[in-house]
Design a protein around this ligand. Sequence first.
Ligand SMILES: Nc1ncnc2c1ncn2[C@@H]1O[C@H](COP(=O)(O)OP(=O)(O)OP(=O)(O)O)[C@@H](O)[C@H]1O
Ligand SMILES: [Mg+2]
Length: 260
Amino acid sequence: MSRAAAPPFLRSVVIDWDSIPTKDRYPFDLPCIRSLDSLPLHPAVTYFVGENGAGKSTLLEAIAIALGLNPEGGTRGFRHASRHSHSELYRHLTLRRGRNPRDAFFLRAESFYNLATEIEELDSVEERERIRFMERVPKIRDSFGGRSLHEQSHGESFLALFLHRLGGDAVYLLDEPESALSPARQMAFLSRAHQLVAAGSQLIIATHSPIVLAYPDATIYEFGPEGIRSVAFEETEPYVLTKRFLNDRERMLERLLGED
Ligand SMILES: Nc1ncnc2c1ncn2[C@@H]1O[C@H](COP(=O)(O)OP(=O)(O)OP(=O)(O)O)[C@@H](O)[C@H]1O
Ligand SMILES: [Mg+2]
């Protein structure tokens, strides 16, 4: 179904403050969370930008858990866990929905390795089942391009995920998808995002990359000390700082590397 014909899967994220007993601790005391009541989501792409530690991953992760996804990343089927402890925020979130997606996937750059391992292990369990029942069960890795994600470079495996695993009619939550990608592949990511949107998918992306941030049919939310606000692409720090650096590298380097 094309996007124009369909309501978005997620319309907004609402925090039920009355249900939160202690508001003066993580994550409720983060400026961006403290000042948040309801965040409308764009039907195509919603971006989260802001300084390190602003709370982008905290909110993205809570949305993922509220959707029934594993906080470590992946789909509903993945059950791997690591030392990561997720916040309580998801318990107090309501996702206002337009309709239900066919598929959902949460990509966390920081735990992508664990996800690749989980795919290997699930495939090896299914291999044994296949032999037992003498029937062909498709491997999960087939939906990731057919090659083990561990046998591909970091960027190749990321791109394999975007190209082969993600599709239409779905919600995708992506935390810093640029982290493994060369500039050329970040641009390839934009093309892929456009295809996914055209096929009816909705994306929420936390990013520091001015390239990944450039998709035009989008809302950009900046997480700052005053809270969350909607900004234009040209107002964002990834755009402003990168542009200033590239346009005036010598002066910027003088300032950054100066003795005084
Ligand atoms: N389990 C936790 N307990 C207490 N504080 C935490 C916990 N997890 C994260 N924080 C803090 O909450 C803040 C927001 O973290 P978060 O990971 O959401 O930031 P972010 O905006 O995604 O940053 P980055 O751009 O570096 O990924 C940070 O200051 C972090 O140290
Ligand atoms: Mg983060």
